[in-house]
Design a protein around this ligand. Structure first.
Ligand code: COA
Length: 149
């Protein structure tokens, strides 16, 4: 198993994983032949502010995630502050519970530390809470959430 940063050259692989995740959650989705182009456009628009990772079993990509970087409003006399939002964390079902997701998350958190993030935020599913808790995430008491009425 290996984990590495993903680049624009990996867009087809990232899109294939996203399609697989959609099919896992929603059953065989409509073919949506425009999806891969839409994904490539989204990646091109986002890559200046997101870091992407891929996890591999041999040569086969089995998971991915990304971190969206927010840059805080500058303050005079202070270095720029940043924080991160972890998104789209996915390991293919047959490769789960073997530690690869944890390795990928650790790589993203090392990146967060290198970039000096003042916080890392995410919205977990209930089942994944222990996965994140093992790497230091706790319940937020300093954020508010508004959902559309
Ligand atoms: C969450 C996920 C990335 C973890 O990857 P992984 O390689 O299985 O992770 P690890 O082997 O390092 O850790 C296993 C932990 O993952 C979590 N997990 C296992 N199966 C899961 C599932 N189907 N969905 C969500 N989390 C799961 C559990 O916390 C588990 O630990 P526990 O059994 O002690 O509670 C992976 O399960 C997954 O892709 N799930 C579906 C998509 C998802 O829920 N993404 C996260 C949304 S916030």
């Amino acid at each position: 198993m290996t984990v590495r940063r993903a680049t624009g050259a990996d867009v087809p692989v990232l899109a294939a994983l996203r399609r697989a995740w959609t099919e896992e959650d929603h059953g065989a989705a409509p073919a949506d032949p425009g999806f891969e182009d839409a994904f490539a456009e989204w990646f091109a628009a986002e890559e200046h502010q997101r870091a992407f990772w891929l996890a591999f079993d041999g040569d086969t990509a089995v998971g991915s995630m990304n971190v969206l970087e927010f840059t805080r409003m500058p303050r005079p006399g202070q270095p720029p502050g940043r924080w991160g939002y972890i998104a789209n964390v996915y390991i293919a079902p047959q490769h789960r519970n073997g530690g690869i997701g944890s390795r990928m998350l650790a790589a993203a958190l090392a990146h967060a530390d290198e970039r000096g993030y003042v916080r890392v935020v995410l919205a977990p599913t209930e089942r994944s809470v222990p996965f994140y808790a093992r790497q230091g995430f706790g319940v937020a008491d300093s954020l508010l959430l508004r959902l559309p009425g």
